[in-house]
Every structure is written in structure tokens, then in C-alpha cells.
Design a protein around this ligand. Structure first.
Ligand SMILES: NS(=O)(=O)c1ccc(C(=O)N2CCN(Cc3ccccc3)C2)cc1
Ligand SMILES: [Zn+2]
Length: 262
């Protein structure tokens, strides 16, 4: 495990080789969830998640991950409840993964790392009028994170996997519709939550993190298609495979991770 841990750091994405410290950051993400230090909070509500497949619009490769983007001009796809005071509209989801099945997730649980992590990104539509505004505010975003482990094939994910070759290069976009992300959520309602930041620039400390306890299973071959994507655009001569697109873990500082389960 330690050698994998060391290896993982040596394969760090160039974006992170020089430690990118957010100026005065005291609530940065990702973190290790240390179970012994997490606190069961009986006042945490169940999460209320409503996604409408008809709001799904496109997939694009932004040169760091691939994003599936949703129409966020209405509240059709939104989450509320859990640790959240307001309702948050689904803007996009994306993943972080490694070059192999030994590492890839951004968050870890008692230092256990998963091969990939899904982020469903939502913004506070009760307080702000658009994503770009919410991203700068301390209660602006809610990101629902789900760990991926390698196991049986995920039937619902295959539609997404089949679309990836069309967005192999940075800045490629294709229409992608009628995809309900509910199929990628574990049935178990248990989650951890803490206040953190974006894990990519601008690293703003605007995120309420909600991390599902149970992972979902995807097949080795499905994850291999993620790694067939490229960081580089079609006109660059050096094609770099899109792997290890996770940020190094950040200090907890004086934060507490709460759990919705005892
Ligand atoms: N890994 S994560 O879940 O923390 C996450 C990462 C990136 C994003 C995201 O959509 N953007 C980050 C900045 N980007 C462009 C941008 C927009 C406004 C201002 C400045 C820059 C958009 C959302 C969640
Ligand atoms: Zn992310």
C-alpha cells in the first residue's frame, strides 16, 4: 500500500506537481475521511435527490476530465435536504481516476483509496442566479461524491462509456441526452459531509461536500475507456492519456466530518 501510495504521488498530474496552495486556504479539498474523528449528526436530514434525464445536454473533454452537462435553467434536476439549507441545481458531473486500479479517487476513507470518484456538481439556486456566481460564495456549491470500485459491469454507465471515444481530445464536445445520473447512486442513503473547496482551480472554498459511504461497481473494461481519453487536443503532437487527474489531499485544519449514520 505504501509503495502504491508513493507511486501515486510520483504520477501526479502536472497541474499538481508544484503544490498549488490556495491563498490562506483553511477549508481545502480533497481530504482523508478519518472514521474515528467523524461525528454522527442525528440532525442531518435524508438527502432529497431529483434528476430529470430530459435536462441532460452534452459531454465535453475540458482537458482535465470529461463533463456531462445539464440544463440548469430550471429546478428540474436538483438536490436538497441532507446538510443543505437551500436547494441546489445540477450543473454537471465528472470523474477523477488513476492510471491503474490502485488509485484514482480524490477523497479516501481511513486512507483507503478507490480507483475512481464521481462528482455531481450542484449550485445554490435559492441564493444565486448562475453557476459562475455561486462558485465564488461559501455556500454556493454542493458536490455529491460517489466512489467507484472495480467489479461487475455497470449497465447504466455503459451509455456514457460508449460516448467517450467521441470526446477523446481536449475541447471536443458531443450532444449527449436522456441520461439520468440516479443510476450511478448507491441505494444506501449513508453519507459523510464537510465544508471544503473545488479540487481544481480556482479552488474556491464554496463547496458543501456530501460523500456517499457505499461505492458503486464498474467493470475493469469500463474504467479502461476513461483512460483512453486524452489531456491533449487533436492538433497537439504529443498525445497524453488522461489519467491521475486527482488533486493531492489537503490538511483538515479545524474541520469536523459529520456522518448521517451511526
Ligand atoms: N472537482 S470538483 O467537484 O471540486 C469541481 C471542479 C471544477 C468545477 C467546475 O465546473 N469549474 C471550476 C472552474 N471552472 C471554470 C470557472 C467558472 C467560473 C469561474 C472560474 C472558473 C468550472 C466544479 C467542481
Ligand atoms: Zn471533481
Amino acid at each position: 500500500a505504501t509503495c502504491a501510495y508513493k507511486l501515486r504521488h510520483e504520477q501526479m498530474h502536472p497541474l499538481w506537481q508544484t503544490p498549488v496552495e490556495a491563498p490562506g486556504g483553511n477549508r481545502q479539498s480533497p481530504i482523508n475521511i478519518h472514521l474515528r474523528d467523524s461525528i454522527f449528526d442525528p440532525t442531518l436530514q435524508p438527502l432529497s435527490i431529483r434528476y430529470d434525464a430530459r435536462t441532460c445536454r452534452q459531454i465535453w473533454n475540458n482537458g482535465y476530465s470529461f463533463l456531462v452537462e445539464y440544463d440548469d435553467s430550471t429546478n428540474k434536476s436538483r438536490i436538497c435536504g441532507g446538510p443543505l439549507v437551500d436547494h441546489y441545481r445540477l450543473s454537471q458531473f465528472h470523474f477523477h481516476w488513476g492510471e491503474n486500479n490502485l488509485w484514482g479517487s480524490e477523497h479516501t476513507v481511513d486512507s483507503k483509496v478507490y480507483p475512481a470518484e464521481l462528482h455531481l456538481v450542484h449550485w445554490n439556486a435559492a441564493k444565486y442566479t448562475k453557476f459562475e456566481e455561486a462558485i465564488m460564495e461559501n455556500n454556493g456549491l454542493a458536490v455529491l461524491a460517489v466512489f467507484l470500485k472495480v467489479g461487475k459491469r455497470h449497465e447504466g454507465l455503459q451509455k456514457l462509456v460508449d460516448a467517450l471515444p467521441a470526446v477523446r481530445h481536449k475541447d471536443s464536445v458531443v450532444e449527449f441526452t436522456n441520461f439520468d445520473p440516479t443510476c450511478m447512486l448507491p441505494t444506501c442513503p449513508d453519507y459523510w459531509t464537510y465544508e471544503g473547496s473545488l479540487t481544481t482551480p480556482p479552488l474556491t472554498e464554496s463547496v458543501s461536500w456530501i460523500i456517499k459511504k457505499r461505492p458503486i461497481e464498474v467493470s475493469h473494461d469500463q474504467l479502461a475507456v476513461f483512460r483512453s481519453l486524452l489531456f491533449t487536443s487533436a492538433d497537439e503532437q504529443e498525445q497524453k492519456s488522461m489519467v491521475n487527474n486527482f488533486r493531492p489531499q489537503q490538511p483538515l485544519m479545524n474541520r469536523t466530518v459529520r456522518s448521517s449514520f451511526s
